[in-house]
Every structure is written in C-alpha cells, then in structure tokens.
Unconditional design. Structure first.
Length: 142
C-alpha cells in the first residue's frame, strides 16, 4: 500500500469507521474485467473498518452471476459484454457509479492501472472536484 493509504488505514478514529470509499480502477481490456482485484481490495479495506463501494460487486448484483460467465467478461470486452448481456449498458453503469461518488463517497481509492482507464480517470476527476480524499492502492510486497 502507498504511504497515504497506510496513514489513513492506521488511524483509529471514529471518522475512519464511517469513511465511505469508492474503488476506481481499470476494467475494460482486463480478464474478468479486473473483478478479482476489486474484490480482494474490497475485502482488505472492509477489514480495516471502511465502508466500500465496489463497482465490480455492483455489476454482479445488478446483472446476476451469468454476467461473469460470458466471453466478454472473460476477455474484458465491453462491446461483447453488451451483446451477450442485453441489459448491460456502460452508460447506465457509469451514471450509477458517478451518482454514488456524488451522493455518498468521502474518498476514492485508485487501483493500479487507473491512469489508462477512461472511467477511472473520470471518477477521479469527479472525486477531486467534490473534495474527496484520494488514495492510491498498491499491492503489498510482503
């Protein structure tokens, strides 16, 4: 983890327990839309007492387990995913995610590769405009 994430996570304050964090990172072009990383970071942050919004988890919740069984999911291809899961629409997904950042988030946690993601960079810009805490996640080298 980066220094800023470590500092925030090691504070034992009441504010930390109520901090609502949005996870942002690349999905398109990654096998399984990078969901395994989103899920593992969510687990680790929740162990620290944070309230985490995981957009990968929300996609599975909204579109069902079949969402993760398509060829588009396996290859990280949004266009193919839209063809295979009729109700999946990237505009709707981003609108819901951005609304959560506006209405609920106190912080955003950027996952590795975020710089190459149009969605994650847009989410970061929105979080900064709202004055949210910005964290950068890095895998531990333990």
């Amino acid at each position: 983890m980066t220094e800023i994430v470590t500092k925030i996570l090691t504070k034992q304050t009441k504010q930390l327990k109520s901090l609502k964090v949005y996870l942002a990172g690349p999905m398109s072009g990654y096998p399984e839309f990078n969901f395994p990383l989103f899920h593992s970071v969510t687990t680790e942050l929740r162990k620290k007492g944070l309230d985490v919004f995981n957009p990968a988890g929300k996609d599975v919740e909204d579109y069902g387990e079949d969402f993760t069984k398509t060829e588009g999911y396996k290859t990280g291809n949004n266009t193919k995913q839209s063809e295979e899961v009729e109700s999946f629409n990237i505009r709707d997904v981003l609108a819901k995610d951005m609304a959560w950042i506006c209405q609920h988030a106190d912080a955003i946690c950027m996952l590795p590769g975020w710089e190459r993601s149009k969605g994650a960079t847009a989410e970061l810009a929105l979080a900064k405009a709202l004055g949210h805490i910005v964290m950068f996640w890095e895998p531990r080298n333990d």
